[in-house]
Design a protein around this ligand. Structure first.
Ligand code: HEC
Ligand code: HEC
Length: 470
């Protein structure tokens, strides 16, 4: 019903035409849809919150071409489809016992995350990974920390059937539950001209997620030419980010091309997050045996429910160089998405930067070559935090200010990741990979110096990294 979009909310619609001729109706959906589809007693009120609504594409910094390119031809958005997806996203009846919605772990009030180190699903069961934001997920080249899903449509099918997330025995079971509800039958008929089915259910959810574009931050206004939109500290932080702090080695399109949009190279890196806690050699062997079939559901279970989760991208590619490599995430709205990293192991942005500053994971032979001690001063660290804070979209400004104050306070007394000696020390030698030396793409070759043959021994076949000091 793009006619309603055009007639009822013309001023709110992006007038850009898609190749198909359809218009992307992109600002907050009109009260009409909110009332008829979202605001029913059975859907948690969060669905009706302003933070949950589809976003305007008129935001400073929003990449129009990339936004269009992120919309697949077989799932063009209409206001009705997006509203249906929004309703489903917030509806706990998609889960096996009516308790868990997508929004349980992707809460708009927390920039579509859950504030937990690792998410808990049905029956309070914990998974192994931290919930990433849905905001700007449409631009991700792959979905999940290990990229095991190619599209938002594919991604949405996994949590519905994972037994520690929404716990449905099958996607069909979820569809049957939804199809038993008359309003949904009507909405599917209206949007897709058919009764509810799995593909269309996933399409509607994905269409809603693609409406969650988040820019318009002080940093975006700064890049657009408003020189005073961010303070001096954040400006210094941006220069550091692209130079001495080396963040641009991964959070940029390439080392010479700054990325002021998504801050990611869309690649996977082992940056040494807690890898020493895991016996990755044993886990890799286990994963190779278990996952020979390449069965997507088996990989999902391994990632969410087992120690093999720590293997990251390796679960998908089985390449040794991908052991404990995770996707470079977008860096927007971080003050709403703590704690950080794939396992939620770092509480504050100061902890994250301390991690990079010491060149974390010295005993880790798969560590990305670009991770090394950075010798950042306390002022440098504060400047980088100021930069990251400037990437907050307006809807989260107040919440982010409160969180920044909380983190700053905490960082004054608690800096568990800080290691100044290492941060300012020499670049350490790295052990060689333990499984085989065949795939070393991202592992910089190091001659093992005599003083470091202890590491070489530790890294020998079958070596454990578990328990070693990081
Ligand atoms: C129990 C909590 C939980 C529920 C329920 C849940 N998710 Fe997630 N979601 C997560 C976690 C944890 C991850 C990261 C998992 C991983 O990378 O292996 C994730 C990842 C994602 C991603 C990938 C984002 C990125 O940057 O790679 C998307 C998109 C997503 N979820 C959407 C959904 C949708 C849609 C639903 C409902 C159908 C849903 N989630 C239900 C916890 C949850
Ligand atoms: C070698 C590539 C690389 C470099 C260099 C790098 N990052 Fe990252 N960054 C990543 C990857 C990969 C992750 C996810 C890792 C994980 O969770 O295990 C990440 C995660 C993060 C996170 C956590 C985001 C979240 O949603 O949890 C922040 C914040 C961050 N990086 C900021 C920085 C800053 C600031 C710098 C420079 C000091 C930097 N990164 C340098 C690759 C890199």
């Amino acid at each position: 019903m793009s006619s309603v979009c055009a007639a009822g909310a013309r001023s709110k619609c992006l007038s850009t035409r898609f190749t198909s001729g359809l218009r992307l109706c992109s600002l907050i959906l009109s009260a009409l849809f909110t009332f008829t589809l979202v605001r029913t007693a059975d859907v948690v009120s969060a669905a009706a919150s302003p933070l949950a609504q589809p976003k305007s594409t008129r935001q400073v910094g929003l990449p129009l071409a990339a936004t269009r390119a992120a919309i697949p031809a077989d799932n063009l958005p209409t206001p009705e489809k997006v509203a249906l997806g929004q309703r489903l996203f917030f509806d706990a009846r998609l889960s096996a016992d009516d308790t868990i919605a997508c929004s349980t772990c992707h809460d708009p009030a927390r920039a579509f995350t859950d504030g937990k180190a690792v998410s808990t699903g049905i029956g309070g069961r914990p998974g192994r990974r931290n919930a990433p934001t849905i905001l700007n997920a449409l631009y991700n080249a792959t979905q999940f920390w290990d990229g095991r899903a190619a599209t938002l449509e594919q991604q949405a099918a996994f949590p519905i059937v994972n037994s520690v997330e929404m716990g449905q025995p099958s996607l069909d079971a979820a569809v049957a539950r939804i199809a038993a509800i008359p309003e949904y039958r009507r909405a599917f008929q209206n949007v897709f001209g058919a009764a509810p089915d799995g593909d269309n259910l996933l399409r509607a959810i994905a269409a809603y997620e693609r409406s969650q574009v988040s820019f318009d931050s002080p940093f975006d206004r700064y890049t657009a030419g408003e020189r005073n939109a961010i303070g001096a500290a954040a400006q210094r932080g941006w220069e550091l980010f692209n130079s001495r702090a080396q963040c641009n080695k991964c959070h940029a399109l390439s080392e010479t091309k700054r990325d002021t949009t998504n801050f990611t190279d869309n690649d996977f890196h082992n940056i040494g997050v807690m890898i020493v806690r895991h016996d990755v050699v044993r886990l890799a062997k286990q994963a190779r045996e278990l996952l020979t079939s390449g069965d997507a559901a088996a990989i999902d279970r391994a990632a969410i429910q087992t120690d093999m989760s720590a293997l990251g991208r390796f679960l998908v590619t089985k390449k040794e160089s991908d052991i404990a490599a995770f996707k470079t995430p977008n860096l927007r709205n971080l003050l709403l998405t703590a704690p950080y990293f794939h396992d939620g192991s770092h509480a504050t942005l100061w902890d994250v930067i301390d991690h990079y500053n010491k060149g974390a994971g010295l005993h880790n032979p798969y560590l990305d070559a670009d991770i090394e001690p950075l010798a950042l001063s306390e002022r440098d660290i504060d400047d980088l935090v100021a930069l990251l804070a400037s990437l907050t979209s307006p809807a989260y400004r107040e919440a982010a200010a409160i969180e920044l104050a909380r983190q700053r306070e905490l960082s004054r007394t608690t800096r568990p990741q800080r290691d100044t000696v290492r941060a300012f020390g020499p670049k350490p030698m790295r052990p060689k990979p333990a499984v085989t030396a065949r795939h070393g793409a991202r592992v910089r070759e190091h001659a093992i110096a005599p003083g470091h043959d202890r590491y070489a021994r530790e890294a020998g076949a079958g070596a454990r990294y578990a328990g070693a000091a990081e």
